[in-house]
Design a protein around this ligand. Structure first.
Ligand SMILES: Nc1nc2c([nH]c(=O)n2[C@H]2C[C@H](O)[C@@H](COP(=O)(O)OP(=O)(O)OP(=O)(O)O)O2)c(=O)[nH]1
Length: 131
């Protein structure tokens, strides 16, 4: 049994659109689409983690609006607890440090992406929100 990795991720709202990011060829789950974020560090709380990860990976500052339901997913070789936050873009120019690509999409376009499997229930929950 592999141990669970805690990972935060952010559904970033910018200009009424949703930012999604594509993992690079070199990352685990290559070319899959995800909400940017990353692993919780020792002694770090979830909200500090997501703000830090978004600054490191996308170069922007965010404000947290709401926490959504976490999803525990077993990829077989590793298992994650994915902890999503709905967040608002505040400032900064989007610059990708690790991802291959990003898009700003309408809600209706989210279902068409080749998502990392752990994200699927999170996308569904987001689509049910009245925002
Ligand atoms: N950031 C993020 N990671 C996700 C999502 N969905 C999902 O399955 N993951 C997985 C991919 C990674 O295995 C892990 C997140 O770790 P990470 O973002 O630090 O990825 P990484 O490539 O640096 O991981 P590693 O190679 O160092 O193990 O969670 C998501 O929406 N956002």
């Amino acid at each position: 049994m592999s141990k669970i990795i805690n990972v935060t991720c952010a559904i970033i709202l910018k200009d009424k659109k949703i930012l999604v990011a594509q993992r690079s060829e070199k990352m685990k789950l290559p070319l899959k689409w995800e909400f940017p974020g990353g692993k919780l560090e020792f002694n770090e709380n979830e909200t500090d983690c997501i703000k830090r990860e978004i600054k490191e990976e996308i170069n922007i500052n965010i404000e947290i609006l709401q926490k959504l339901s976490n999803n525990i997913h077993d990829y077989g070789t590793f298992k994650i607890n994915l902890i999503p936050f709905l967040v608002q873009y505040i400032s900064g120019e989007i610059k990708l440090a690790e991802h291959k690509d990003y898009r700003l999409l309408e809600r209706s376009q989210l279902s068409n992406l080749d998502w990392a499997e752990a994200d699927l229930p999170i996308v569904e929950e987001f689509l049910k929100l009245e925002i």
